[in-house]
Design a protein. Structure first.
Length: 488
């Protein structure tokens, strides 16, 4: 039976072309089940649509380079509107909505959408924009910006097609992807819905030129994710932005070696206890590490392996576990996600998180202005001399890490340094020991069999090492622990 699809004709007359399926009840329930935020009634859906497309959207604070870290309205400051816009169009696919109800929502969207009277075509894209909207923030006043963006998109398209063997998802019935520019307060770009244009924020494009490369690659990568079933054949189960926004942000580095904001690189260093599954955009360093360590040859693409493994069912966490296991020899300790993450924790400390069997993938990663990003890892420094003790009770997140650097004073030479970590009931940890000399890594030890508690003693030889970094990483659960150290 042919799938029923609807289009918004009033928006189409403004050169904003979008379509969506009318799902049967069972399919719609399957897609909305993982996400309680999808509006399920007409009144809530209409209000949601007005937030994204109505005049009220222009009251949002302009997108800025430095994002707020806390607050109930944090979702409105996400640089990418992929999830938010997807929820709107998934809500519109509700088989219980009437024709009049959908027309009312389209009317709200149409009321504040400018007519995109200009267009420019490239090999794979049709770019549409206006320079005559009554709201100046909708306007692109320099056509050279459109040409530049088309070139950026074509570069990303070619990289994706060559490396992933597929093209980004093209809407049903189209031969090229449409790119539309208008004011989108609260987001630099939007890839949703799958059968719609790639939407770019004209205000961001005019005022923050450094974003154009990275955001173009980011939003286009979402369209590539759709080609692997994301949003098109399966709905992700929360948390999933470590995948969706994390890999889309990784693509900025893959294509351009720059990111739309430096915190995508620095967050997992300044806050190393951030649970990977909650990292969203900031998961980029992990994906770079994953690519580097899993890459067995110059042509190998570990991200492709992950996408094809996740494609049939969309079980993202199981897919990550599976591809890590497949890439390592059966007897290798790092062929498990928990231990693989502990290795990532080590590499963040010694600075080798971009290194793998084929070398350093990205020697420099830049911010939007082209300045090199140098992340600084947060480490707790603990001076330790003869008879000194140290005790702390702490927790570590699942797939997060805590770092303690015990700095040995001169009178500790020849003495015994001892520590113990006692995990609370149900805790699950990995431990890594890194011995430093003059703040440079000298040797490491990884006791993979100790997953709840661990202790170690060693005689200090300051000629060999003057500090030891203890890394405690959360495994499947993480949890609370007590750390005690002494020199005697």
């Amino acid at each position: 039976m042919k799938e029923e699809r609807l289009t918004f004709e009033r928006l189409a007359r403004k050169n904003f072309h979008v379509s969506f399926p009318v799902m049967d009840k069972a399919t719609w329930k399957r897609f909305v089940a993982p996400d309680i935020s999808v509006p399920r009634t007409f009144s809530r859906l209409r209000e949601y649509g007005q937030l994204l497309y109505g005049k009220r959207r222009r009251k949002y604070i302009r997108m800025i380079k430095k994002f707020p870290k806390i607050g109930a309205m944090r979702s409105l400051y996400e640089e990418c509107g992929e999830s938010a816009w997807y929820r709107l169009f998934l809500g519109l696919a509700n088989p219980r909505l009437t024709k009049m109800e959908r027309e009312a929502i389209e009317g709200d969207m149409d009321a504040d959408m400018p007519t995109l009277e200009h267009s420019e075509e490239t090999d794979h894209f049709i770019l549409r924009w206006t320079d005559s909207s009554a709201d100046a923030s909708d306007n692109i006043t320099d056509a050279a910006i459109i040409t530049e963006t088309g070139n950026f998109l074509e570069t990303a398209w070619d990289r994706y097609q060559a490396s992933f063997g597929r093209t980004p998802y093209i809407p049903v019935g189209s031969s090229k992807m449409e790119i539309v520019f208008y004011d989108i307060p609260g987001a630099h770009g939007v890839a949703s819905p799958p059968d719609g244009p790639l939407q770019l924020n004209s205000d961001s494009w005019m005022t923050i030129p450094g974003l154009r490369r990275s955001v173009s690659a980011h939003e286009l990568f979402h369209k590539l994710q759709y080609s692997f079933g994301y949003r098109t054949s399966w709905a992700p189960v929360s948390p999933y932005k470590w995948f969706s926004e994390g890999t889309a942000s990784w693509s900025e580095v893959f294509v351009w070696q720059r990111v739309s904001r430096a915190s995508k690189i620095t967050d997992l260093f300044t806050n190393p206890d951030l649970n990977l599954y909650n990292a969203s955009y900031s998961a980029v360093p992990f994906w770079i590490f994953f690519e580097a360590r899993q890459k067995s040859s110059a042509t190998d693409n570990p991200i492709l392996h992950f996408l094809t493994t996740a494609e049939p069912a969309g079980d993202l966490q199981d897919a990550l576990q599976e591809v890590i296991d497949e890439e390592w020899a059966p007897n290798n300790v790092y062929g498990q996600l928990d231990n693989f993450y502990a290795l990532f924790a080590r590499e963040r400390r010694i600075g080798a998180w971009k290194m793998g069997p084929t070398g350093n993938l990205y020697s420099n990663i830049s911010d939007p202005d082209g300045a090199a990003i140098t992340p600084n890892l947060t480490v707790t420094d603990v001076p330790m001399g003869l008879s000194d003790t140290y005790s702390v009770g702490q927790t570590v997140s699942q797939l997060g890490s805590d770092y303690y650097r015990f700095v040995f004073e001169p009178d500790a030479d020849g003495r015994t340094f001892s520590f113990s970590v006692t995990g609370a009931s149900g805790g699950d940890f990995s431990f890594y020991l890194l011995w430093d000399k003059n703040n440079a890594w000298k040797r490491a030890a990884f006791p993979p069999g100790s997953t709840s508690s661990y202790s170690h003693s060693e005689v200090i030889n300051l000629a060999e090492a003057d500090a030891m970094v203890l890394v405690i990483s959360g495994r499947g659960t993480g949890g609370a622990y007590a750390l005690n150290a002494s020199i005697a």
